[in-house]
Design a protein around this ligand. Structure first.
Ligand code: BTN
Length: 354
């Protein structure tokens, strides 16, 4: 259950238990004070001792509910909802302004409403919960300084140093695309994230590793998790989760293959400035899709696709083989051309890059 509902339920329980407990105690002691045994008996149907026990029991329930509530709000601390450029408080200190960051465009709907959280399990899950209440319109964004259960692709978890990276989710309702065209959104989000990094890091090589990992100079610096929901054949909603390594400088252990914008450039970045560029590009790409020009996005995807048209080594987890990355199907399957000339298609879990 999303934290917002948990908190609301806990708050309601607390209030109810507290009011009932307090009411019982007030009535009991008032009756006792006035010596009105009749009132006590009518109200509680019990003698003094039983009434006292009932009162304490309800007070105990109220106390427990307060404890549950306090634990719950530790996981749910939203700031105000606000858009880019407004004066809302954010958990991350503003750092040095970058030259590129001031170039962002104003958007019509993406990022017009931003829910900023200090800490949440996953921005994707939180946004999904909020969207289910019907309270949000397309383009709403949830961003968190820290995710304690960030979700990655293939059921993996996504860890990002708190306060140092962008972890956000965008609500999209691509009802104009068919279920078979799911990969279009993935392509658009990957392309626009990569192009955003390219704008801030003009001297670096920014690529997309199929399906939608973002690489800076060959090292992973961002990931995308798209979670879709359908109603029959209609694509109702897409939660586009985007993680960008921005100001993190240390990558523990096996994350030697990871990097960040700051690690590459030696600069520190302001999140709002990166987001402004990202949302502008994402909205433009989304409108391009909506105008039926998905090939435009697709060709930008292939321009940045890691290993595209190159011979390299892969594994299908039974064998290791050399192949050329030939295509990505409209459903998002990787199309490899083997040395024998045979073409094979793979889903995300079926192939590894070596
Ligand atoms: C990957 O495994 O490469 C995808 C990582 C996606 C991480 C982002 S961070 C914001 C959003 N919320 C999540 O829980 N995951 C995505």
């Amino acid at each position: 259950m999303p934290p917002v509902f948990f908190v609301e339920a806990a708050a309601l329980t607390t209030l109810t238990a507290f009011l009932v407990g307090a009411a019982v105690l007030v009535v009991f002691f008032a009756a006792d004070f006035l010596g009105a045994a009749v009132v006590r008996a009518a109200f509680l149907g019990a003698d003094d001792f039983a009434a006292l026990v009932a009162g304490f029991f309800l007070a105990g329930a109220a106390f427990l509910a307060v404890v549950v509530f306090l634990v719950a709000i530790r996981e749910y601390k939203p700031h105000s909802s606000c858009g880019i450029g407004s004066n809302c408080k954010f958990a991350i200190k503003r750092t040095k302004l970058t030259k590129m960051g001031t170039k962002g465009s104003q958007t019509l709907f993406i990022g017009r409403r931003i829910v900023r959280l200090d800490r949440v399990d996953s921005t994707n899950s939180f946004l999904n919960g909020m969207a289910a209440t019907g309270a949000l319109s397309e383009g709403a964004v949830v961003i968190a300084a820290e995710q304690y259960a960030g979700k990655g692709q293939r059921g993996a978890s996504w860890y990002a140093e708190p306060g140092a990276n962008i972890t956000l989710s965008v609500l999209l309702t691509p009802t104009f695309l068919s279920v078979k065209e799911q990969f279009r959104i993935s392509e658009a989000v990957a392309v626009t994230t990569a192009e955003t990094l390219a704008e801030f890091l003009p001297d670096s090589d920014i690529q997309i590793k199929w399906p939608n990992d973002i690489l800076i100079n060959g090292k992973k610096s961002g990931g995308i998790l798209i979670e879709n929901s359908f109603k029959g054949a209609v694509w109702m909603q897409s939660i586009a989760g985007i993680g960008i390594n921005v100001n993190q400088l240390e990558f523990p252990g096996d994350l030697n293959t990871a990097t960040s914008m700051a690690k590459v450039s030696g600069e520190k970045y302001v999140f709002d400035e990166v987001m402004e560029v990202l949302f502008g590009k994402l909205e433009a790409a989304y409108l391009t899709l909506r105008a039926g020009k998905s090939d435009e996005i697709r060709s930008r995807y292939f321009q940045r696709l890691y290993r595209y048209d190159k011979s390299a080594v892969y594994t299908d987890f039974k064998s290791v083989f050399t192949a050329t990355l030939h295509d990505v199907s409209s459903e998002g399957r990787l199309v490899l051309m083997l040395e024998t000339g045979e073409e094979r298609q793979f889903d995300v879990k079926e192939v590894g890059f070596i």
